[in-house]
Design a protein around this ligand. Structure first.
Ligand SMILES: [Zn+2]
Length: 274
């Protein structure tokens, strides 16, 4: 079901880890951001949009992770954009022989996801500052936190921030541990989002609950404290992990343990001579 989050902006929450799709109304149709997860959800969304007389005229993927790169044939053949780095990253991923198996491993068996149109992204020029489409101005805020070429989008007129995989109330910050300095990349991204907070009334995280201005600042601080804590070797009292995690989301603690371990091993390697 589509829910209005601001004038001209709608959102749909998936049954798969509270993934949010955002629909922005333009002059002749909609911009679809992170189009969705299951085959049925996307078919429903396409139907709803058809009933509203709003064809999909453009798509956008916030970052090169499979759950943000899906598409359904009934959305049609609109151009699908991402940052240049996002497009390059997904091209590399799709050139691997076993990418479908890699995704299947992450999926519970009851979730049916169409993979046939995954990742067919046109990379925007590196200097692009907005999504090229016939609708309200959508500013691209690119950073390297969470994934290479990650873009948050600011729908300026309606003051909606589409955060991609940051600022979640259910998922901890997930670092791109393959990067040279994942901690600093993440903190820099949070500073960028903090820098536009005054221009935002509503934000939509890639996974989790949509929030207003106060929650935006609180979640930036929660993410910053987590990342800083990870850097310092501990994360006390994050409500998304440990005993205070929401029922059903305890697995996030395992993600935390994996990240903490990975970073600890890295810093050991860094101080080992030779
Ligand atoms: Zn992601």
């Amino acid at each position: 079901m589509l829910r209005q989050v601001a004038e001209g902006v709608l959102a749909h929450e998936s049954e798969f880890i509270q993934s949010n799709t955002v629909v922005v109304q333009g002059r002749a149709g909609v911009l679809l951001i992170d189009p969705g997860i299951t085959r049925d959800e996307m078919a429903d969304l396409a139907n709803n949009l058809r009933e509203l007389g709003q064809p999909v005229v453009a798509g956008f993927s916030t970052h090169p992770h499979w759950d943000h790169l899906l598409w359904h044939a009934t959305f049609g053949e609109a151009p699908r954009y991402g940052t240049a780095r996002c497009a390059a990253d997904i091209r590399a991923f799709l050139s691997g022989a076993n990418w479908k198996d890699d995704i299947a491993e992450e999926l519970p068996p009851e979730i049916e996801v169409p993979l046939e149109l995954l990742g067919l992204i046109t990379g925007l020029p590196a200097e692009a500052t907005q999504v090229p489409w016939d609708g309200p101005r959508v500013r691209i805020i690119e950073h390297q936190g969470h994934a290479q070429g990650h873009a948050a989008l600011l729908i300026e007129e309606s003051r909606v921030l589409v955060a991609g995989d940051m600022l979640s109330d259910v998922l901890i910050p997930m670092l791109d541990v393959s990067a040279a300095d994942p901690i600093e990349d993440y903190l820099a991204a949070l500073r960028l989002l903090g820098g536009v907070a005054d221009d935002v009334d509503v934000f939509v995280p890639g996974h989790g609950s949509i929030g207003g201005t106060d929650q935006l600042r609180a979640r930036i601080e929660l993410d910053r404290a987590y990342v800083q804590g990870l850097h310092d070797g501990g994360v006390p009292g994050d409500p998304r992990i440990g005993p205070s995690a929401r029922p059903g989301w305890e697995w996030v603690s395992d993600v935390h343990d994996g990240q903490a371990q990975h970073l600890a091993q890295r810093s050991e390697r860094d101080v080992t001579p030779g």
